[in-house]
Design a protein around this ligand. Sequence first.
Ligand SMILES: *Cc1c(COP(=O)(O)O)cnc(C)c1O
Length: 735
Amino acid sequence: MSKQPLSPAEITEMVVGLNRLARNLWWTWTQEAQDIFQELSPRAWQNLYHNAVAVLHEVSERELRARLQDPDFAAHVRRALQDFQAYLTEKNTWAAQHAPETLQRPVAYFCAEFGFHETLPIAAGGLGVLAGDHAKSASDLGLGFVGVSLFYREGYFQQAIDANNWQTEYYTLLNPKNLPVEPVLDARGEPLVCSVDIAMNHVFFQAWRVNVGRVPVYLLDTNRPENEPHFRDLTLRVYGGDSTTRIMQEILLGVGGVRLLRALGVQPSVFHMNEGHAAFLTFELIREKLAAGQSFADAQTATRAECHFTTHTPVEAGHDRFSPQLMDYALHRFCETAGVPLPQWLPLGRVNPDDPNEPFCMTVLALKLSRSANAVSELHGRVTRHMWRGLFPDVPEERVPIGHITNGVHLLGWMKGTVRRFWRRKLMGNGEPASVPLGEDTGLWRPGEGSDWATIVNSPEFWQKMADPNFISDEELWALRYKLRRELIEFARRRLMQQQRVTHGDFIAFDQLLNPDALTIGFARRFATYKRAPLIFSQLDNIVRLARDKARPIQFIFAGKAHPRDDDGKRYIQHIIHLSKYSDLKGHLVFIENYDVHVARQMIAGCDVWLNNPRRPLEASGTSGMKAGCHGSLNLSIMDGWWREAYDGTNGFAIGDDSHPDSVEEQDRRDAANLYRVLTEEVIPCFYNRDAHGIPREWIKKIRRAMVTLVPRFNTWRMVQEYTQKYYLPPTSRS
Ligand SMILES: *Cc1c(COP(=O)(O)O)cnc(C)c1O
């Protein structure tokens, strides 16, 4: 390392590089890059909620230039910027070998929400998180890919709990200047403005680009001076307002999204509608073809050849349906311009095209106008084929053309820093990558040398090594588990102390909350009622007894938001908080407010057991449990969604079996009993069965099995490859 001071030009280059880095979400899944922003100002890093752009605003250019004269820091920055550049320009990617056509004509992926990181809170839940992870893996794989969504200026709501333990919602205005987004500009350097027809209006919109590694995601924003105030606010909130707002947002997303891509000169090879919200894109594709002189029938056929659809839920309320009157109101001018009156469009969204009273269903539209469609787990595939069999009256149910690709998670994005550093050290020693023999070919692609960390960590061979006590000992794994549990408990104590100030609840000695030695069970997700958050407390006396057992205590950490209009979900939250404050579970149960991806990351890593008890078969896949594996946290779950495919008897715990009764009451009763049984007979004994060294050998064996069997399968690296091979590429070029 040279002791020469850096030249002003070199410093300037690094300052520019850091500003560019902060505006590319690549840093959110790259520990070394993330560490730079944290090191610049640990306090701002925490207070500004890990917002790299805002941290750079907090640190003056003068300070930044001075700090870069520290040779160690400068070396760190230079290394990260080099890695960043290498990532952006890498030619030897999976897609270059397996899907080169997408580099010319990308996959256009439309989704009403994207969950990337806590600094860009524009997702309501699992759907958005999945879309964010899809984009990150598309980038890692080098796929030609553009995402399209909306820019919600107030994002999804922030949750606060009032004095009656009732969820209240508040909204904070996002400032694009402090976010990892860049305005999309035209040739003159002005915001690129496009328009869509909504009701009788021309609604104008601009767009923001989120750089997700190598791929862009465009967020449409109607906050333009040309628009009337109520249209300016159309993109204010995620799924905001009533069904009129909803249909208008969806017209903007679908029709506007296609127009933006055209304005940018992007010619997608396939349009992927991730959930029905985006299905109006088919209307615009048809309109384009009508304008080019095709007949309505031919335009539909040609559009169908360009589209793929993924459905994400068997829950009825998850499928948007609009009345013919609302359709007429919202799409009046669109239909006029297209030259085809609404009554001809309406059958595209109806199971029975001849029923004039049937509402227009976005899922039906998407299914009718896609060349292929899929559900998100094997069981969900079956349920979905049953659900929509009426659309395909000529084929037996099992041949209904809806396949499945089981969801995944973006591994490095979800891996907590503690664990990223842990594996990296294990893998790399302190310097160059230790060569990891990658073993048998499993069909997964890897670059020539097989030495970059992202590739290794996504390879089954790496996780295979977790079975080997010579690679990693029980003691190391147990030490890691203790560390992660303590980090979570300290996080929870800090959060509860902050919550207390806001809500003036009962006095609690925060430093004594939760026990760092106790079996810690986590539950965090949207409080949709089918997920049955309070199920475990339905046998309250039994659970209290387990929690307060001196020798083998258990404790619970809960989090989650209910939809603003879901009073049943809010009652669940109220009930759980009430138990945490006033029942004998006090001190053994906490509710962390304002669930988001940051809270999710803490919880998934620190809990010993990740609880999932939806009413089967309503959890199409579920993804939070997939985030657990690489942290050594074990799933305890109903055999629904992904877990039904994942559980093999050795890699976690199952509640009930591969069946369910028809009656909801009977199902709830039986599941609660099974949950209690597996807790007392399997989970607690296994966790507390320690050898002379205090190590739970059987528990750790399960952790190893979870790492070997779950991590390499349930990730978006595998998932996006599957989408590409099965659905994105034209049939002739699939290998
Ligand atoms: C992973 C995740 C979800 C999805 O959780 P499910 O288990 O699929 O319900 C929802 N919200 C956040 C913030 C997440 O990180």
